[in-house]
Design a protein around this ligand. Structure first.
Ligand SMILES: [Zn+2]
Length: 314
């Protein structure tokens, strides 16, 4: 087996398109049961040929909106101020963001548009809360909400990818989270994971059919885990704060040893910085995350957990 080619510019500007597939509320233990049982073939393909971390950290509180905000804003709750699912820019705020109480925080869409006004952006989502985060509305060229309807959401995303080939596409699916809230861990939750896997397969086929396979970075991200019963979230337990994160595309070399997880500690706030890095764009200083360069084959310079210093101290 020949060594993989060294990454060019650390992956900066390596993607012409980015698709972020958001899947609400993935509990890693349940996900791994299905994956290891061979019942999530498309996720398995992503992980075998891309990179992933099942120890990706959400932010507190582990509600959906603070975490989708952290994903789209490249920053933590203390910076962006989105502290509950009820948060609105024009509503009461416990702590305003660092850019001010009435000013939209720089988000993935607005930051892209500031640098590339003519690039096409799309946000297609099953949870209405998403649209409160992507302000101003003009930064999203194609904005579609399908409340609680994953099938309509993915069908719309597929059609739009084929016709418009956006520079940035954000997709949010919600059925996995609903299954958890309604049933907790178990057969219904796992069935929702399998349905989502089928939708991921359709998305991969669409990216190929659109002629975007070689130029698209696909990030798969969830916003939080679940409590020990698999039902709720919002608290401060490891199973709620940990979730999964995956990267896949021609610019993402497989792990040196197959299916080895990323050694870089990943936070949800690293998602948008990784997107901008792949697109060759700069991130604003208000963001606190960093691109996960290991995704692009850049060997981490120094990871504390792997260091000789830590081994000596142990
Ligand atoms: Zn959620």
């Amino acid at each position: 087996m020949s060594a993989a080619a060294p990454p060019v510019n650390g992956g900066f500007g390596s993607a012409a398109h980015v698709v972020v597939l958001g899947i609400d509320g993935i509990a890693v233990p349940e996900f791994l049961v299905e994956l290891q049982g061979g019942r999530l073939p498309n996720f398995a393909r992503i992980r075998a040929n891309g990179r992933y971390s099942d120890h990706t950290r959400a932010v507190a509180p582990t509600w959906s909106k603070p975490n989708w905000a952290s994903i789209l804003y490249g920053a933590d709750t203390s910076i962006h101020g989105v502290d509950s699912n009820d948060w609105r820019l024009d509503g009461p705020q416990a702590v305003p963001s660092i850019v001010g109480s009435a000013v939209p925080f720089p988000n993935l869409f607005s930051v892209l548009k500031a640098q590339e006004p003519d690039s096409a952006t799309a946000s297609i989502y099953a949870w209405p809360g998403i649209s409160t985060l992507t302000l101003p509305r003009e930064c999203v060229d194609f904005d579609r909400e399908f409340a609680d309807q994953d099938r309509k959401t993915i069908d719309c995303a597929k059609a739009h990818l084929l016709s418009a080939k956006p520079r940035l596409t954000f997709i949010h699916l919600d059925d996995v989270d609903h299954a958890g809230h309604d049933h907790g861990s178990g057969s219904e939750y796992r069935a929702a994971l399998r349905t989502t896997d089928q939708m991921l397969g359709e998305l991969l086929e669409t990216i190929e059919a659109a002629g975007m396979k070689e130029t698209t970075l696909l990030l798969i991200v969830s916003d939080h885990g679940r409590d020990s019963q698999g039902k709720d979230h919002g608290g401060w337990s490891l199973s709620e704060i940990e979730t999964t994160w995956m990267a896949y595309g021609a610019m993402v070399p497989p792990a040196p040893t197959p299916e080895t997880p990323l050694s870089t500690p990943v936070s949800l706030v690293d998602t948008s910085p990784t997107v901008l890095h792949a697109l060759g764009l700069d991130q604003p200083l208000e963001w606190r995350g960093r691109p996960v360069l290991e995704v692009f084959g850049v060997k981490p310079k120094w990871v504390w957990a792997e260091s000789a210093v830590r081994k000596q101290a142990a």
